[in-house]
Design a protein around this ligand. Sequence first.
Ligand code: GLU
Length: 485
Amino acid sequence: MNARSPRVRFAPSPTGYLHVGGARTALFNWLYVRKYGGQFLLRIEDTDKARSTDESTRAIFEGLEWLGLGWDEPPVYQGANLERHRADADRMLANGAVYRCFCTPAELDVRRKEAEARKESFKYDRRCDRLSQAEIDAKLAAGTPHVLRFRVPEGTTEWDDLVHERIAFPNKDIEDFVVLRSDRTPIYNMAVVSDDIAMRITLVMRGDDHISNTPKQIMLYHALGAELPRFAHLPMIHGLDGKKLSKRHGATAVADYQHQGILPGAMLNFLALLGWSPGGDREVMTMAEMIELFSTDGLQKKAAVFDTKKLEWMNGQHLSRTPAAALAPLITPMLVAAGLATAADLERKHDWYFALLDLLKVRARTTDEIVHQARPYFTDDISYDPDAVAKQWKDAAATRDILAATRERLSHTTWEPAAMEEALRKLAEERGTTGGKIFQPLRVALTGLTVSPGIFDVLMMLGPDRALLRIESAERWLEHSAAGA
Ligand code: GLU
């Protein structure tokens, strides 16, 4: 075990948005230090100048901030460390771990093709490692371009992965890899190891698509005389079809889910279960519970499945557990944007508004659904969902008749749930029908929707004036539809 205080990092390349896979990696690193102590660092791997953008860096910051995954030290920009990457490569040249290679890309290409023609896998044949000092000096004097290659030693490179346990790579399968290009820019593995050493990283936790880089990185640590970190390679995330998650499967940017009305807490909970299990069948957790339950023993090897239906379900679970006071700051701007209310209205009707949120949150999977379901309580201009009409208002004339009778009874009843229920159950009895046959058409009349809070809650939220007028409008609508049919 590493005796140093834990330092972990999330090291995204700023070449796009914050991907859900990246967010998952960030979360596991973050959970690790919240659980075991230490620092969570952020490193922007912007050495690929052609593909890295400031906009993408901003998207990464915003995504992490939205999720609440704060970093403990100022972000490190890999591109700013070029001089150190070079110095580390030169240090390995001085200590003999790397050598200069003057083979040109064209020459290597020819040799690769020849090997392929012989059906052999190509591996650099080390010819430049056999150059004499005089030959090297002559090429340098002539200004011949060259790269620096790592001399892979004999043996095996192995480590105890926190996820996969023992992983071993025979070194003979690894070619003498380049660490510095002829323009003296570092290759990915060189930059990462130089930075991880400088940042005193004790645990490298990242996607298992990096497993094949790890033996090379371990060799670089040894050559640079640095203490090895531990490694944890998290499973890949797949879509429901078992293929690596991609845009074909739907949204893969964290920001897309933010804009679809997913709560950060639900997103975090969902991401945490992609490659980790708290044990048992525990699924819905707050951040505090996840920190409490997190353990590297719970990390899983098998690919994780990204199921957006499950994310929506998870969001519904989190919504229903969120107090109205915490939901209001999210929902108010949405209601205002939808033209349903002003912030001042909602302030004035504070208690009613919070009661409404408490009723709606338990039936919604997203904040968008809350706003959709809230509509009938803010405007009389409601439309009847065709599915609801087809299902609950099959016979227009009969429905109109039952709604008229319902309205008549309600207009003579105290506006209080028990009294209203008694009156409507009595009506059902008189008509030889069930309560449901009265309540369901009434729900459509009041909300236009098939799903709503309990019918007496709806009546209470609307109040007598609004509810009775709305039943009347439904009757008129049915009259026209019956006449038209
Ligand atoms: N920039 C690499 C990536 O986004 C980071 C790999 C690592 O964590 O070492 O995959």
